[in-house]
Design a protein around this ligand. Sequence first.
Ligand SMILES: [Zn+2]
Ligand SMILES: [Zn+2]
Length: 327
Amino acid sequence: MRAMVLPGPGSPLALEERVDPQPAEGQIRVTVSACGVCRTDLHVVDGELPHIKYPIVPGHEIVGRVDLVGPDVTTHRVGDRVGIPWLGHTCGICRFCRQGTENLCDHPRFTGYTSDGGFATHTIADARYAFPLGEDGDDVAIAPLLCAGLIGWRSLVMAGDAERLGIYGFGAAGHIVAQIARWQGRAVHAFTRNGDVEAQEFARRLGAVWAGGSDQMPDGPLDAAIIYAPAGELVPAALRAVRKGGRVVCAGIHMSDIPSFPYDILWGERQLVSVANLTRQDGVDFLQVAPKAGVRTQTTAYPLAEANEVLAKLRTGQVLGAAVLRP
Ligand SMILES: [Zn+2]
Ligand SMILES: [Zn+2]
């Protein structure tokens, strides 16, 4: 197999030939056909997350086909198309797992972070965390659904029944969530990097009723806002944009420091919450909703070996929609 490997913090990924991995009990081996590139991959490459297992193969928006099953696996067969998300394993016994919040598990494994991911020709997954995808839809188009879509969905649920919804950061997650929110009858307000006219146009094409820079105020108070961009200064901006009792959801795994802000922008029972990871039920729910909502992802596919260049594009905001690697 071939993989783009991160040897240590801050170094570029290196293309490596490796011995084909063998699935252990409960595991499947998957031939990767597409793997989306997520903002979290940048945080991994930049060493901004704790406890990264070096060397690591990033990538957690994997679409592929089972090509080998472990000894006791009965849920998947060779040839099945599966999606492998960020949540790679949970312990099943901690208080969070027992309470139905396995996204907060005390002893989790995460794909492309603490176990090798999908920037590769092959990967190993715990069968219980691999979603069956069926045969509808294109591999590249589906890949961004596995994280941007899935964690986007969880953050949208967290936003409650907000009718006037703000989305800060209109990239891979934003453009998927906007389509679902619109399908649900919400009024989407898209906030992009200041002056990013292309992303604002893109948001309007996907049904946003308002699009502007993140330093702008919307055309009226919002009921809730979701922040996908990893910029702490968006927190006070979003709090200023929501009404009394409104909610601001931080959906990223990492964010730069939040600047201090006056209490009166939180006052009025505004809520500030974060979303962490996903549960398998989120995946089941979202993969049912996405086709009903007619979600169409905007993707650009690149060869696996160009992973470093793609990450650089993502860093500087040069990706419209989502980037996907193909081995
Ligand atoms: Zn647990
Ligand atoms: Zn992700």
